[in-house]
Write a protein of this length. Structure first.
Length: 306
């Protein structure tokens, strides 16, 4: 067992190398397939301010579904428990972009992290803000203390031109009365939101409020009250890695949120937040080497929530 995080990260960096080409880089959003699978970066942001990094921890990558965490945190902070009128909080057991459950659950998505649920959250933000994606961007800038958090417009356009499945979900939910704004406006906002880019170092910092009971560690700004922060951590553990959430909890033992850009944000409550990036994905759409790296991290440090 080691608490020398730099040594642990260096060991993991060495150990993941054979795995980097075993995953598959996402290609259903064409622009994402142009990223090399050889990237690997990891950053640990400790609540006392120390940061440890390895590999490509300072290279920007596409956050994709990790932005669902920021969008949901913003909606939850503003709307409170009203969000549960529009979306559930159970694991889906289905792929992140599945349509089937929506029909028999009458347009109420299982949770805010599958695509249907995230679209509802963007719809809620589109009612509250002039431009939902700008609200999420500003929020991400505040959380990372980094004014240069930006969209990747090429990725946004690429997703927008292939967004038929998400658009179908939105129309379906509108038919059930669970979508209030024009579908095209929300899909535009959602594609831009998902195209936000960060480095591992920025992402670990941006997520750290969730490791500190809802309060940004370095500024003392309360984003969520401790109870809401606990609830969001629970959602990450049960739903943050989609239909692989059980296996992820078994292997890693930390609340986490993944994205098809290959990033994963994981939390060690009361201690640190960890971001890892490796673009090759497993079958469920989670970073293959990233999941392994987090599993190694909690094993080598003997730290998890369990
Ligand atoms: O809507 C989509 O399909 C993407 N913008 C985001 C999906 C995603 O990142 C799922 N994560 N593993």
């Amino acid at each position: 067992m080691s608490s020398d995080y730099q040594q642990v990260l260096d060991t993991i960096h060495r150990d993941v190398q054979p795995l980097l080409r075993q995953g598959k880089v996402a290609s259903y959003i064409p622009q994402l397939s142009t990223v090399s699978p050889d990237h690997f970066g990891m950053a640990v942001f400790c609540l006392d301010g120390r940061t440890y990094t390895v590999g490509d921890a300072d290279v920007k990558f596409s956050l994709q579904s990790i932005t669902k965490l920021f969008a949901f945190a913003l909606a939850f902070a503003r709307e409170g428990d009203d969000v549960w009128k529009r979306v559930g909080r159970e694991p889906s057991g289905n792929p992140f972009n599945s349509l089937v459950q929506l029909e028999y659950e009458r347009g109420i998505p299982r949770n805010p992290f599958i695509n249907a649920g995230a679209l509802v959250i963007t719809d809620i933000l589109a009612t509250r803000y002039v431009q939902a994606e700008i609200a999420v961007q500003q929020f991400a800038r505040l959380l990372a203390n980094e004014p240069a958090i930006d969209f990747d417009h090429t990725v946004a356009e690429s997703e927008r031109s292939t967004a038929d499945r998400n658009t179908a979900m939105a129309h379906f939910m509108k038919d059930f009365g669970n979508f209030h704004n024009p579908v095209d406006i929300v899909i535009d906002a959602y594609c831009r939101q998902c195209s936000l880019t960060m480095t591992c170092a920025e992402l670990a910092k941006a997520g750290s409020f969730l490791a500190q009971h809802g309060t940004i560690p370095w500024s003392g700004t309360q984003i969520l009250d401790p109870s809401s922060s606990k609830r969001l951590n629970a959602l990450m553990l049960t739903c943050g890695t989609y239909d692989a959430a059980g296996d992820f909890a078994y292997r890693v033992g930390l609340p986490a949120k993944s994205g098809v850009g290959g990033g994963i944000l994981a939390l060690m409550p009361g201690e640190a937040s960890i971001a890892v990036w490796s673009p090759g994905l497993d079958e469920a759409g989670n970073s293959l080497a990233g999941t392994y790296a987090l599993e190694r991290f909690t094993t080598l440090t003997a730290r998890s929530i369990f």
